[in-house]
Design a protein around this ligand. Sequence first.
Ligand code: SF4
Length: 763
Amino acid sequence: MIEKIKDFLGFDIKEKKYKLAHDDTFGIISDAKLPDKWVKSTCGYCSVGCGLLIGVKEGKAVYTKGDPTHSVNLGTLCPKGLSEHQMLDSPYRVQTPLIRRNGKLESATWDEAFTKVSDEFKRIEQTHGPKAVSVIGTGQILSEEFYVLGKFVQLGLKTNNYDGNTTLCMSSAVTGYKQSLGSDGPVGSYEDFEKADTIFLIGANIADNQPILMLHLSKNINKKVIVIDPRVSKTAQMADVYVPIQPRTDLALFNGLAYIVIEQGWEDEAYIKNNVNGYKELKKHLQNYAPQEVANITGIDVKTLYELAREFITSKSVFSAWTMGINQSFMGSDTVSAIINLHLLTGQIGREGAGPFSITGQCNAMGTRERGFTSSIPGYRPYGDMQARKEYAEIVKVPEELVPTERGYKYAEIIDAIDRGEIKALWIVATNPLVSFVNQNKFRKILKKLDLLVVQDAFLGDTAEVADVVFAAATWGEKDGSYTNSERRCNKANKAVEPIGEAKSDFDIVLEFSKYFDGVNEMLFPDWKEPKDAFNEWKKVSAGQLCDYSGMNYELMAELGGIQWPCNEENPEGTKRLYTEDMSFKTKDKRANLICADWQPMKEAINNEFPIIFNTGRTVEQWHTRTKTRSIAILDNLAPEAWVDINPKDAKKLKVKSGHRIDLSSKRGRVKDVMVRVTSSVRDGQVFVPFHFNAQLVNTLTQESFCPKSGIPNFKQTAIQLHSEEVPEGLKLEEEIKGGEIAHQTAAYENVLFKEKEIAQSS
Ligand code: SF4
């Protein structure tokens, strides 16, 4: 009342609210939010891995600010990082375990939740075998948590039907690295963005998705940035050269550039001779990728193709970075290898500023890749390698026969197995497939076949809402551990505040849940109490492997602002680049492999009924399926709903303007009421929609087409139709689009210009 009277009389009642104070670290900041302490940590959103400080006042997180001393971000943060503390108090937080009773999710005790789930898991195991229980994990939790989860699932529950949402984004990079270089592991460092003469960004819209990487690019004054993308993304708008490639023709492009390199004699013969297998086979294979044919497929003219290939010979150092535009493809793994082929042919690898480089998606996608139990035994040990299996069993002191000999089902195969009735229980950890998985109408029907759906999450997202049991998880800022970023840098993440309500860290959830299974906790986690116990075991497990953490400890990580693996006695402060002169490739004969792979036309071709190519992606303001960002006002106000980018020509045909609303349909369903944004950033015949939003569930439209090697879905190209109010029947397929985009014919080439000489290889 007093405030109202003061307001009525014109007194300044906001003085207290807007009063400023001095902070020793950051200077002038809000007095009302002047923290009692700052806790050093790492951003929990994307794979860039920015260092930050969480300001804590009276037990609440009140600020997130960039750590000025951290080499990744030098004090800067993107909008998500700057507002990260606000998600801790989200109204969507799950504060207690929940059990569905009479159709409704109700609060329960931890003992009730653990008892219900463990009883069901045991019943299913006895009736259908252990593999009828399945788990889908995440790249969002800490490495220590992911390690205990994998160990418990594979060695405790004894099911290898375990995968993660990383298979939806990074698995093609993993498989590509493995088949080309012998092991997963990004080759370079962010520093290479600063050192390279030429930087290719391929299907990588870093300005939206990894914005702080732009900082490293901007430090490089003399660089040439070449962006290859079907869309004139924000990143493309900042490029020196933008190459508008036809959707999903990238594998043909890289094969074509390799053709030109060989045709022109631009290869690094000495490098190939000493380090690379498969030159002759690749040369023969590339006969079908002569420049004119590649120009027909990709829409990139022959002259530009030669100019792009020439960069590999005229630039001292070429750095090629890619992300989901390459990975999320039914040819994803081979496209990654085709990029690596170019670097191997020209010796553009293992040097400052030179190399192929996958940019990861989630904050800890990299940590999950190394910890394994999905696509490998921990430490990049291959399934099927009996010596590696024995070695792992001995290190962690478990019977060897407990360690699986083969990979179980990949993500999409798990869904198929549920559909067949083979998998009866699914435990989903920190991911929200009810927005992120393809072909949602079918997927939602399949999930209903489960006997038990358990969701472990910090937020009540779409998937948690339909679960039978929800484990209430703590989130970033409420727990300790580490994340590994895209450049193999392991960063410490620290607890700043207590978990909300009765939520527990994912580490504690798994450890306590394991006690409900006879002897499992004692065998797998003897006397384990804190994440450091998992980290210490991981150091032993990773010792001597490519992802060697044996020289790391939490204190050194904090002191150095993260450490890049391998870190051991020889490299006590970590390693910036892999496959330098003194590091051989991880294949059996220590030589890299050139991979022969063929481009294929899109699995779902556009046609008269569905004449538009539909592309999905992200926007800087939102994170994945918005479980973390939807309650952060500044982010949600900036991007509150999905929109569809449409070229002016198509907008004219549909008789729509920016701000109008249209429907989108594919063979699989319809998405209604999406706001139009008319823009030349997409070409006619193509549209782009961000995938974050459940109100405009774009994965209703996407197809089930997967890379056979990595299992990644082809999220990026779907044949769709657009329906406006004035043109409800939609657009017609035009002949010129047809010619350019679906009628690719591979021609036979008789006069291939390959030079006659062969490179002798010393393998
Ligand atoms: Fe966080 Fe990524 Fe933004 Fe850095 S760039 S602040 S890691 S979301």
